[in-house]
Design a protein around this ligand. Structure first.
Ligand code: NAD
Length: 261
């Protein structure tokens, strides 16, 4: 189940957190993995660990907001592995702020990483995936949205706006690639609050006491705990694999039931 043997996968923002768990699980499931991130030391340490465990991974430093760096990363991946089967558009940033407080530069920064980064990745991955045969395995693009892309947010409206954009861009991508006859699927994943450096930042800027944080976590969703990066990685690897062959344009919610009520 959920094997990706012989496939080539690229994970952005893959040095840590959800992206790190996804890169590790993809390698365990048989893929050759290209991990990209701004954090070169963390990214290199992660691929060293994957390779020590018998996987196949390389790290490339890469800013997802920069189109010429996308061209370099895709070209290097094709030269090294001869193709690209899976793209996980995972790199993302969050920031707290009311609409009134949010500066224009902060709005631009969030849009650049969370929206433009996903657009550029999808654009260049389609180029690398579109010539695959119609009767073979689909290329798979998996975009990280959020529960904040499904329901509104009290603390970060601009982040929510970007993640809502990722949700619909995913569906438009799924429609467009089929209309053009490309054998590519595209789906989004919507994590609820998940343990990661991003979540540490969310809690650190919350002004809650440790007791309040504990109660907040216990009441956050139906399962009474935070997600772990592996909970999200499991859904991503499913969407990357042929087990999800009949899924495209879908939104997979992994939130412990947060959006059920
Ligand atoms: N953790 C959560 O609770 C949660 C919930 C919903 C959605 N998400 C989404 O999941 C994804 C991963 O989140 P995470 O919690 O692992 O966050 P994280 O901050 O732990 O990891 C994100 C990674 O993206 C990298 N990155 C940031 N800007 C980049 C850029 N311009 N170019 C390349 N890499 C860049 C960071 O260096 C970091 O390694 C994000 O898209 C996030 O919005 C997270």
């Amino acid at each position: 189940m959920n094997r990706v043997d012989g496939k080539v996968a690229l994970v952005t923002g893959g040095a840590r957190g959800i992206g790190g768990a996804t890169a590790t699980l993809l390698a365990e499931a048989g893929a050759a993995v290209v991990v990209t991130d701004l954090l070169a030391a963390d990214g290199q340490a992660l691929v060293d660990e994957i390779n020590r465990a018998g996987g196949a991974a390389v790290f490339m430093r890469h800013d997802v907001t920069n189109e010429s760096e996308w061209k370099q990363v895709i070209t290097a991946t094709l030269q090294r592995h001869g193709g690209l089967d899976i793209l996980v558009n995972n790199a993302g940033i969050w920031s707290r702020g009311t609409i009134e407080e949010t500066a224009e530069a902060e709005f631009d920064r969030l849009c650049a990483v969370n929206l433009k980064g996903v657009f550029l990745g999808t654009k260049h991955a389609i180029g690398a995936m579109k010539n695959r045969p119609a009767d073979g395995d689909s290329g798979s693009i998996v975009n990280l949205s959020s529960t904040a892309g499904l329901v509104g947010s009290a603390t970060s409206a601009v982040y929510s706006m970007t993640k809502g954009g990722v949700r619909l861009f995913t569906k438009s991508t799924a429609i467009e690639v089929r209309a053009r006859g490309y054998n590519i699927r595209c789906n989004s994943v919507h994590p609820g609050a998940t343990e990661s450096p991003m979540q540490d930042d969310i809690l650190a800027t919350s002004n809650m006491s440790p007791d309040e944080i504990e109660k907040f976590i216990a009441n956050r969703n139906l399962l009474g705990r935070y997600g772990k990066p592996i909970d999200i990685a499991n859904a991503i690897v499913f969407l990357a694999s042929n087990d999800s062959a009949f899924m495209t344009g879908s939104e997979v919610v992994v939130d412990g039931g947060y959006t059920a009520r």
